[in-house]
Structure formats: structure tokens, C-alpha cells
Design a protein around this ligand. Sequence first.
Ligand SMILES: NC(=O)c1ccc[n+]([C@@H]2O[C@H](COP(=O)([O-])OP(=O)(O)OC[C@H]3O[C@@H](n4cnc5c(N)ncnc54)[C@H](OP(=O)(O)O)[C@@H]3O)[C@@H](O)[C@H]2O)c1
Length: 243
Amino acid sequence: MDTATHPAALVVGASGAIGGAVTDALASDERYSKVIAVSRSEPVLPRHNVTWLRTDHREESLARLAGELGTLDIDLQRVVITTGVLHGATFKPEKTLEQLDADAMHHVFHVNAVVPALWLKALTPLLKRASQCVLAVTSARVGSIGDNRLGGWYSYRGSKAALNMVLQSAAIEYRRRAPRAKLLAFHPGTTDSDLSRPFQRNVAQGKLFSPAFVARSLLSVMDTMEPDGKLAFVDYRGDPVPW
Ligand SMILES: NC(=O)c1ccc[n+]([C@@H]2O[C@H](COP(=O)([O-])OP(=O)(O)OC[C@H]3O[C@@H](n4cnc5c(N)ncnc54)[C@H](OP(=O)(O)O)[C@@H]3O)[C@@H](O)[C@H]2O)c1
């Protein structure tokens, strides 16, 4: 194992509500001397210990970016991947099969499942050399097959279920190739963000969380995790979510 000296954390999707709050929380945590924030956008509120990197999440860009990270003297101990999309200017969650649109489905599956998978691919060399790393990807309870009693939301539900399966296969592979890494599929609960805004009306009182609360919850849950070669699917309380 290399002897990298700077404990570091990486946040992918750092301009988002949850990604931004996680970046802030990690930047205030003295255990990490460096926080790397990755986004499609320009940096928000620069902080001295946050290095902001932009990407388009294409495979070759991620390979280059991971290569650059590999030259830094960092020990990657926390990774949080928060990319996700539920609706856009031209699409929204489907209520019926007739509303399915192939382009919209491809886009949602790409952002929610393919992009995190490409990040796992790019980060594998860094995870192999980390002293111990907990890597969380924002999933969602609606991606649970066992929990799906309402139906609908085909693309979002399907893409989060696909994400969970990608993470499960990666956890099995990491058991052998990066045994000091622990993978986590995280359900944040309904969180106040652009993603949830059109769907907040029916949220029970006290159940619409601030991104800061979710970031604290996620990082606390991550602190309880030990590498055991398994994928955990847990919510903001650390409680397991059914597959
Ligand atoms: N809010 C909720 O109630 C809720 C509930 C369950 C699960 N989640 C999950 O939590 C995660 C964060 O969501 P949020 O609530 O913070 O929403 P948000 O503020 O809309 O953030 C969306 C995130 O997705 C990234 N993103 C969006 N479009 C992308 C694209 N085309 N390519 C790559 N990245 C893209 C953004 O990264 P940039 O930095 O590049 O903009 C940002 O990090 C998502 O995975 C979401 O599915 C949220």
C-alpha cells in the first residue's frame, strides 16, 4: 500500500443541494485535509481546503480526472456520489406506460445509474490504495422493488434499482480487489432540492429534510460503516431499506 499522507474526501455532484451540503460538511470536518468537489458547474463559495474540479462525466474525462487524483498525495477515505435526475424541462416521472419516452428514459438511466458506475470504474485504483474508504451513492427508497406498492415513476424507480444492482456487483468485486472499501446505497429521505420541489406538496410535516440535515445524517451513517465486502442500502437514520 502507498503511504499517502493527506486524508481526503471526494464529492461528485457538488453543485446539487445534497452534494453541496455534503461538501460543506466535509470541508468543516478536521479529519479531512482535502476535499475534492466535482461538478459540471463553476465552483460555488470557494473554501481553502476544497479543490473544485469540473467534468462532463464522460468516460475519458473521468479516466483523466482519476489519473490526476492519483498523482496527488491523498488517502481517499470518503466518497459521496450524488448525481441524480427525476424531471427536466421536457420530461417528468411517468404515471402510466403510455407516458414512457425512450430519450427521457435513457437520460434518467444515464445520470442515475451509468454515471455512478463510470465513477466506480474510474476510482477503483484509488480505492485499492486507500487505507480505508466508505463510498456512498445516493439511491432512493423508490428504487426498492420490495417497497414498490404505488407503481409509476418507471425511469426513476428503474434507474435507482439498476444503480443498486451495479453497486451490489461492485461490492462483490471490491471484496477481492479493494477490500478496504465499503459501499453504501443511501436513501436521503425527501430533501428540499430542485429535484424534489415539484413533489413536496404531499410530504408529511417534519419529513421534508434540509440538505444540511441529510448531509450530517449521511456522514454519521458513513462513520458507522466498516469494510465487510457487502453493499449496505440504508436510509438517513442508518436503517436498512428492503431491496
Ligand atoms: N431530494 C430528494 O428528495 C431525494 C430523495 C431520494 C434520493 N435523492 C437523490 O439524491 C441525489 C441528489 O439529489 P438532490 O436532491 O441534491 O438534487 P439536485 O439539487 O437537483 O442535485 C442533482 C445532482 O445531480 C447532478 N446532475 C444532474 N444532472 C446531471 C447530469 N446530466 N450529469 C451528471 N450529473 C448531473 C448534479 O451535479 P452538478 O454538481 O454537476 O450540478 C447534482 O449533484 C440524487 O441522486 C437523487 O436521486 C434525492
